[in-house]
Design a protein around this ligand. Structure first.
Ligand code: NAD
Length: 437
C-alpha cells in the first residue's frame, strides 16, 4: 500500500452522529463539554493524552499524537443523533447516572441543546425497549431515505464540513450472516423487500455509507460486518470499523491473556461474570441480545491463546462468560474473573480479578478516539475496514481471510505504525540492533 500523498486538513466542524444516545453517548458529549470548559481531563483518550515515538530511541522525539497527525479539535465537534426516547442529552445523562449531578449542572446549557432525532426502531431486534421517539415509516427503504435526509439536514444546519457516525445504540438480537448480506445489490433488494435480516442498525449504516459518512459500530451487532456493507464502503471510499467497544472485563482479558501466553503458562479455565444495572444490562438480560454479546466476548481468548498452536497449554480450556442484570449497581459494573492456570510440570495456580469499573467512563474516550481517527482515515483516503483501529474493539473486523488480532499491545503497535506510515515516518520494529553495532 502506498502512503497517501497528502492528508486533507482537519478544517471546519466535524459532526458526530450517534444512533443511540444513552449512557455511553451522553458521557462522551458531557465529557467533551466538561473538558472544553476546563472542568476535567480527557483521561483514557490516546488522541488527547498519548504520545508517539518517532525515529531512534536516542532521537528524543515523542510528540503528542494530536500534534503529530492533523486531528479535529474538541472545539470543532458537533454532536447529534437518534434515540427511541425523546430525552435531550442532559436528561438522558441524568437518567444514566454516570456523571455526578453537580458536574452535569455546570454544562447543562450545552447538553440541553442536543436533542435526539426520532429513531429507526423495531422491537423485534431489541425486545426490552419501548419508546415514543420513533419514526413511523412504512418500509425499511423509507427509513433509509429518512435517515439520509436527517444526515443532510444535520450537516447543513450545523455547518459541518465532515461527519462520522458511531453506533452507541443497544445491542440487537443475535443474527447470523444471511445470504442477503452478501453483495450491495442483495442488501438493497432486502431493504426494499423489508427482509427480516435487515435490523435498524443496518439501516443507519447503509444510509451513512451512501452519504459518504464513515460508520463505526460500538455494539456487537453485525451491522457493517457483512460483505455487502464492506463492498459499499469501498465503492464509496468510506472507512468503517467495529465491533463492540473493548472496555471492562474484555480489556482486562486482552491485557492478561497475552502475558500468560508470552510466558508459556497454561490456562485450564477462565470464568468471567458481571453484575450491572444500567439500561445496557437490562437489554442484555434478554437472552437473544446476550447471545450477540456472548459471541463477541468469547472469541477473544480463542484468538489470543491459539489452542491449535499450543494444544498442551490451551487445548482444553473452559471459558464461560455471564452477564447478570442487577439494578442496584447502575452503571457501576463489577466484573469478576477466576482464571485457573498451570505452570512448570503442570502445577495449578489461580488468578482472581475483581474489577469495579464504570462502563461508560471506560467507553467514552474510546468513542472520542474512534471518531477522530476515523475522520483522519477519511481525510487520508483510507476506505473500507480500518483494522488499525482494532485497539478499540472486542471483535475487530478484518479482511475475510484474516484472523483478528486481539492482543492489546500488538493492536497499539499497529495503530501507532499506521500513524507513522500516514506521515511518512519510519515504522518502528523494536529490533534495535543498530544501538549495538
Ligand atoms: N459501556 C461500555 O463499556 C460498552 C462496552 C462495549 C459495548 N457497549 C455497547 O454500547 C452500546 C451503548 O451502551 P450504553 O451503556 O450507552 O447503553 P444505553 O442503554 O444506555 O444506551 C443505548 C441507547 O440506544 C437507544 N437505542 C436502541 N435502539 C436504537 C435505535 N434503533 N435507534 C436509536 N437509538 C436506539 C436506546 O434507547 C438507549 O438510549 C450498547 O450496545 C452496549 O452493549 C458498551
Amino acid at each position: 500500500m502506498n502512503k497517501p500523498n497528502s492528508i486533507a486538513p482537519a478544517s471546519g466542524k466535524l459532526g458526530v452522529l450517534m444512533p443511540g444516545m444513552g449512557a455511553v453517548a451522553t458521557t462522551v458529549i458531557a465529557g467533551v463539554e466538561a473538558i472544553k470548559a476546563g472542568l476535567g481531563q480527557p483521561i483514557g483518550s490516546l488522541t488527547q493524552m498519548g504520545t508517539i515515538r518517532l525515529g531512534k530511541r536516542t532521537d528524543g522525539r515523542s510528540p503528542l499524537i494530536k500534534d503529530f497527525v492533523p486531528l479535529a479539535g474538541l472545539d470543532d465537534l458537533v454532536f447529534g443523533g437518534w434515540d427511541v426516547f425523546p430525552d435531550d442529552a442532559y436528561d438522558s445523562a441524568e437518567h444514566a447516572g454516570v456523571l455526578p449531578k453537580d458536574k452535569l449542572e455546570q454544562i447543562r446549557d450545552q447538553l440541553k441543546k442536543v436533542v435526539p432525532m426520532p429513531a429507526v426502531f423495531d422491537r423485534n431486534y431489541v425486545r426490552r425497549l419501548e419508546g415514543s421517539n420513533v419514526k413511523s415509516m412504512k418500509t425499511k427503504w423509507d427509513a433509509v431515505l429518512e435517515v439520509r435526509e436527517d444526515i443532510k439536514r444535520f450537516k447543513e444546519q450545523n455547518g459541518c464540513e465532515r461527519l462520522v457516525m458511531i453506533w452507541c445504540g443497544s445491542t440487537e438480537i443475535f443474527m447470523a450472516p444471511d445470504p442477503v448480506h452478501d453483495t450491495v445489490e442483495s442488501l438493497e433488494k432486502a431493504i426494499r423487500e423489508n427482509h427480516a435480516a435487515i435490523p435498524p442498525s443496518m439501516i443507519y449504516a447503509y444510509a451513512a455509507l451512501q452519504e459518504g459518512v464513515p460508520f463505526l459500530n460500538g455494539a456487537p451487532n453485525l451491522t457493517v460486518d457483512v460483505p455487502g456493507m464492506i463492498e459499499l464502503a469501498r465503492q464509496n471510499n468510506v472507512p468503517i470499523g467495529g465491533k463492540d467497544f473493548k472496555t471492562g472485563q474484555t480489556l482486562m482479558k486482552t491485557l492478561l491473556a497475552p502475558g500468560l501466553k508470552a510466558r508459556m503458562l497454561g490456562v485450564q479455565g477462565w470464568f468471567s461474570t458481571n453484575i450491572l444495572g444500567n439500561r445496557d444490562g437490562e437489554v442484555l438480560d434478554d437472552p437473544d441480545s446476550f447471545k450477540t454479546k456472548e459471541v463477541s466476548k468469547l472469541d477473544v481468548l480463542e484468538f489470543i491463546l491459539q489452542p491449535d498452536l499450543y494444544p498442551q497449554l490451551y487445548g482444553d480450556i473452559y471459558h464461560k462468560v455471564r452477564i447478570n442484570y442487577y439494578p442496584p449497581r447502575g452503571d457501576e459494573k463489577e466484573g469478576w474473573d477466576n482464571i485457573d492456570i498451570f505452570g512448570w510440570l503442570g502445577l495449578p495456580m489461580q488468578i482472581k480479578v475483581d474489577f469495579l469499573c464504570r462502563d461508560s467512563i471506560l467507553a467514552a474516550p474510546l468513542v472520542l478516539d474512534l471518531v477522530l481517527f476515523t475522520d483522519l482515515a477519511q481525510r487520508s483516503g483510507l476506505a473500507g475496514i480500518q483494522e488499525w483501529l482494532s485497539f478499540y474493539f472486542k471483535s475487530p473486523m478484518t479482511a475475510p481471510d484474516l484472523y483478528p488480532e486481539h492482543d492489546l499491545f500488538i493492536q497499539l503497535m499497529k495503530l501507532k505504525n499506521t500513524l507513522r506510515f500516514l506521515q511518512g515516518e519510519d515504522l518502528i520494529t523494536h529490533l534495535g540492533q543498530e544501538y549495538y553495532d
